[in-house]
Design a protein around this ligand. Sequence first.
Ligand SMILES: Cc1cc2nc3c(=O)[nH]c(=O)nc-3n(C[C@H](O)[C@H](O)[C@H](O)COP(=O)(O)OP(=O)(O)OC[C@H]3O[C@@H](n4cnc5c(N)ncnc54)[C@H](O)[C@@H]3O)c2cc1C
Length: 461
Amino acid sequence: MVVERLIEALGPDAVKTAPEDLSVYAFDAYTQGRMPSAVVLPASAIDVAAAVKIAKACDEPIVPRGAGTGLCGGAVPAEGGVVFSFARMNRILELDAPNRRARVQPGLINLDLSKKVAHAGLFYAPDPSSQKASTIGGNIGTNAGGPHCLSYGTTVNHVLGLEIVDENGDVQHTWVEEDGYDLTGALVGSEGTLGVVTSAWVRLMRQPEAVRVWLAGFPDVESASEGVSAIIGAGIVPTALEMMDGLALQMVEAAFHSGYPTDAGAVLLIESAGFEDDLNAYEALMAPIVRAAGATSWRSARSAAERDALWAGRKGALGATGRFAPNYYIQDVVVPRTKLPQALSAVEHACSERSIRVANVFHAGDGNLHPLLMYDRSDKQQVAAVIDAGNDILQAAVELGGTISGEHGIGFEKRGTLTRIFSTDDLATMARVRDVFDPKRRLNPEKIFPAGVGCGEVRQR
Ligand SMILES: Cc1cc2nc3c(=O)[nH]c(=O)nc-3n(C[C@H](O)[C@H](O)[C@H](O)COP(=O)(O)OP(=O)(O)OC[C@H]3O[C@@H](n4cnc5c(N)ncnc54)[C@H](O)[C@@H]3O)c2cc1C
């Protein structure tokens, strides 16, 4: 019934129902969900509104989907339903260069936005390492971060207004500068549970006059962590401050030959942008700071090619695990920057006691850890060990005063662990907000909230 009605409204080309097509949309980069009843490929907000109305009339869940690079199961259909894929809504609708903003469709790939506005001297700052594939809609869904979010802020700081289709199938608009509640802020990071984004006004930044990248080599992650605290403690906020440990360096070099030292115990990849003179001043300030923290090497990558190679290695690090293990699990937790050494030692402990190989490559400036646990999915014992280790790492982050997710979101994966950081009352308040937008819980059900949590049923776990 739902399929016939969708085809009637959107046309046969825009509705996928073959099992081999549907199976592709049952996955994201984290897990597999249920097969959807149908996948729609809308071409406009009008299509989205029509399809939402049909799904609602047929009591089918609605699952918005970007590129499926999400790492918490956010885009997988937990209960089946209709998946909304935005592959056909991937254009810049309006570029307002003088005001440094653009209106874009949700299926636009993150990196394509920066490429397409480069001619105007502009770029889009949030840069998840998945930016070659992930979409603006998905980035809004997860409030994506990235290496450069240390100084530029995450996606929520770059979304000015949204067009959404609400659970009734009505088109609504939000604008961040309007008086009243900040509904734009509420929608960013809501993982498709409050509305379906059909376009967004995003902030663009002016390309800096100069960019410089430095590489500081350390004997171990502890001294590199000292370096992170010392840089930030000195009042310097680079545009990016990333750490990779020894195993991550070996993986990346084997795959990309980016120019990282494979004999270091850890490196800091530091980038600053601005005027050339400011960068000279930063360099003069930072070099002695990192040396005092224990750096044994320090160099600057002045050419764009060298800089790009270092970033390609860093951003490709997850893929580089393929040479070392058939599968990886990436944990995403945050700790206060000063607690990085304890957090890294908790990661090491959780993995070594289960004989799991782990590499660390992460947004050190934000205290946002991404241990990569390598394993073989076909071995059930290894799967169980990785789940346990991931759980221990998450608990350690909470005990160190941190939190359970830095940027990948809660989705399906972490909904059971929300109670470790929020009280019953907190969750009940959030559930009430959700119920205002989506009282029947048809928008991306079984995400974010612990199983069975409704307004009156939040329980302490
Ligand atoms: C190699 C790799 C590196 C990564 N690096 C980073 C990183 O540095 N920083 C980071 O933050 N993440 C990173 N991620 C995770 C992932 O790329 C991000 O979460 C990204 O924002 C997901 O975008 P997507 O288009 O793939 O969305 P999907 O995975 O398809 O969806 C993500 C969520 O957004 C919702 N959604 C999608 N489109 C819409 C819409 N139009 N309206 C409403 N909701 C919508 C979905 O329902 C889902 O809940 C990485 C992933 C990989 C595989």
